[in-house]
Ligand binder design. Structure first.
Ligand code: DUC
Ligand code: ZN
Length: 454
């Protein structure tokens, strides 16, 4: 039996196991895992780890924040950077405009993404305050393969607690998965007003307007409402121990609550906001970067199972756009680029002896795929999509804007040294990254149609 492609001599790492075997690929799928497999094409993975393609369930490509402010990576540039970093599936967002129906917004977002994506993708449907009147569309949205729903407790899309209740009930009724941005918006607005009125306009006042304690409070409130409704809840971009504690306590009571953190919270701190001029504005994101002690709490939570996965919240803006916040930090578009470095970044937990390579795969590939119902993704088994990464665990890289491929003129990780980097990346059996180049064609990626959870 000859396979289209065989990966040989590698160490396969899944969330559950580590073992030596060849992988035989036929067409788009894994067809065999065994010894001495024959392939028309053979990739030698000697001294390399072979893992499932990364799954990043929180990214914002070409996201419009205002008519003239849009996140800098298109679906084309962003998925190319993702692929080069070993990510083969992303989940982005749909936001309906005004009175636009949710289904029309889904179709429009797919029309933007489909011709551009290099890797496979799915979409979360955002339910903002104007969408509460459209909740009768939620079953049709789920039937269209969009089974997760984004809820905000901050920004213009913020839902009040009554609206949160209604949205969570609608998502529960279709067996969907709500995902949520937890912050206390009323207090943030009051603190920002107070700081600006007192002339405190520099970026160092950004984290002081969005306290850890109240990110924890918002998460606790969201968990309580979800418990009351009887629906699972996934908490986005956990930045601090105050939220970890809420998640841990809820899970200890058997509630289906999950949480993620992101590389920016694991590697950066609020000291970055002290830099002068636009440099201090660049790392503005929400929740904000926290004191360095919180990094330890987050790494520990990943190791202990109190946080279940790592995403990026990839949402880059170039320096010129970020400089809108000069003289008023609150006018800075929020978001940082992380999509390309995520897999290698989390591997540092293995390098530092904090958790196993299996846990790394679980955090970056398997858990996100399972949570989001991305069938065929996030694992290495016969019948799964042949989304695979040959990872060089020994390569030393120093991150820089020049090294990375995100469509921005800066990176918050300039000079960060990592051990381990993806070498070869396959998406549905096609080699799309080799020798540091992405050769996957725009539009080859597919929308992943998901089923409801229950
Ligand atoms: N936070 C950010 O910093 N950017 C994108 C959206 C978000 O919630
Ligand atoms: Zn986000």
């Amino acid at each position: 039996m000859t396979y289209d492609l065989v990966i040989t001599n590698g160490t396969i790492v899944t969330a559950a196991n580590t073992f030596r075997a060849d992988i035989g690929i036929r067409g788009e799928r894994i067809a065999a895992i065994g010894e001495n497999l024959n392939g028309q094409r053979v990739l030698d993975a000697t001294d390399r780890l072979v893992i499932p393609g990364g799954v990043d369930i929180h990214v914002h490509m070409q996201m419009p924040l205002a008519p003239d402010v849009i996140s800098a990576d298109t679906f084309s540039t962003g998925t190319r950077a993702a692929a080069l970093g070993g990510t083969t599936t992303i989940v982005d967002f749909v936001e309906a405009k005004g009175e636009e129906s949710l289904l029309a917004a889904l179709a429009a977002r797919r029309a933007e993404a489909d011709p551009q994506v290099v890797i496979d993708y799915a979409l979360h449907m955002t339910i903002g305050p104007r969408d509460i009147a459209k909740l009768d569309e939620v079953p049709a949205v789920a039937a269209a393969g969009c089974t997760s729903f984004k809820l905000y407790m901050a920004y213009g899309l913020r839902l009040d607690d009554g609206q949160l209740l209604q949205a969570l009930e609608a998502v529960r009724d279709v067996g969907g998965r709500p995902v949520i941005h937890c912050e206390n918006w009323d207090i943030i607005c009051t603190l920002i007003r107070r700081h600006l009125a007192a002339g405190r306009t520099e970026p160092r006042w950004h984290p002081r307007s969005r306290p850890e304690l109240l990110e924890g409070e918002a998460a606790g409130r969201a968990i309580a409402i979800a418990e009351f409704v009887g629906v699972p809840l996934h908490i986005f971009h956990v930045s601090c121990g105050a939220v970890v504690e809420r998640i841990r306590a809820a899970r200890a009571r058997g509630l289906p609550i999950t949480g993620e953190t992101c590389p920016q919270y694991l590697f950066l701190s609020d000291a970055a906001y002290e830099a002068p001029g636009v440099e201090g504005l660049l790392p503005i994101c929400a929740p904000p970067l926290r004191p360095v002690a919180e990094q330890q709490a987050l790494w520990q939570a990943l190791a202990a199972g109190d946080l279940q996965l790592v995403t990026t919240d990839h949402c880059p803006f170039d320096r010129a756009t970020k400089s809108r916040g000069l003289g008023d930090f609150s006018k800075t578009p929020g978001g940082v680029p992380s999509i390309e470095m995520r897999l290698a970044a989390v591997y540092q937990g293995v390098v530092r002896g904090l958790f196993s390579a299996n846990r790394w795969v679980e955090l970056c590939c398997t858990a996100p795929a399972r949570l989001m119902g991305l069938e065929g993704k996030g694992d290495i088994a016969i019948g799964m999509d042949a989304d695979l990464v040959i990872f060089d665990p020994h390569r030393h890289v120093t991150l820089s804007t020049a090294f990375l491929h995100e469509n921005v003129d800066w990176t918050p990780y300039e000079g960060l040294e990592l051990v381990g980097w993806p070498e070869t990346v396959l998406s549905r059996g096609e080699v799309i990254v080799a020798d540091g180049m992405c050769t996957g064609k725009a539009g080859r990626g597919r929308f992943v149609h998901r089923r409801s959870l229950g």
